[in-house]
Design a protein around this ligand. Structure first.
Ligand code: SME
Length: 162
């Protein structure tokens, strides 16, 4: 199959997610390697939405270690409970930040990030095994639909996680 993501000619985010999901599902069908799956998922999401930074951190021992991403170079590692990513891991819940400057522990990898959403991914044991971190250069760029749709995309990767 030709590996390419077709971006629908609309700025409607709902329609973009609706077009993206089956393409990512097809792209990842048969994939057995979690890193490869993460790499293609974040590339597809970044390509369709153009966000500042889209990437994964993986749980390695007591830290989050940078995984596949699209965007500027990023901080690594992140300790359990630190920053937005470490908090989403510790509390095992998605976190949406309309304004990163309003979160006291935010780790500023890039001054251009203004809002952020972090989604935990669970492995076969049910524990958090990775997080998806999406950063936008616009304030208040993420809503409930992004939380739902990004989590749905992440579920395509969860069966590959330890
Ligand atoms: N903002 C994150 C750090 C990771 S970078 O944004 C890529 C945090 O506070 O967890």
């Amino acid at each position: 199959m030709a590996e390419q993501i077709v971006i629908p000619p609309t700025t409607d985010r709902r329609k973009r997610y609706a077009a993206l999901y089956p393409q990512v599902a097809a792209l990842l069908a048969g994939e057995v390697d979690a890193i490869a799956a993460m790499a293609n998922l974040c590339a597809a999401v970044q390509q369709v939405f153009g966000w500042h930074w889209v990437g994964f951190y993986r749980v390695v021992g007591q830290q989050l270690v940078l995984g596949p991403f699209q965007g500027p170079v990023a901080c690594t590692p992140i300790a359990f409970g630190k920053g937005v990513c470490g908090t989403a891991w510790k509390e095992d819940r998605p976190i949406t930040l309309p304004d990163v400057d309003a979160f006291p522990g935010h780790i500023a990898c890039s001054a251009a990030s203004r809002s952020e959403i972090v989604i935990p991914l669970h492995g076969r044991t049910g524990a958090v095994a990775a997080v998806l971190d999406v950063d936008s250069a616009s304030l208040d760029d993420f809503g409930p639909e992004d939380g739902r749709e990004l989590a749905r995309l992440c579920r395509l990767i969860e069966p590959l996680l330890p």
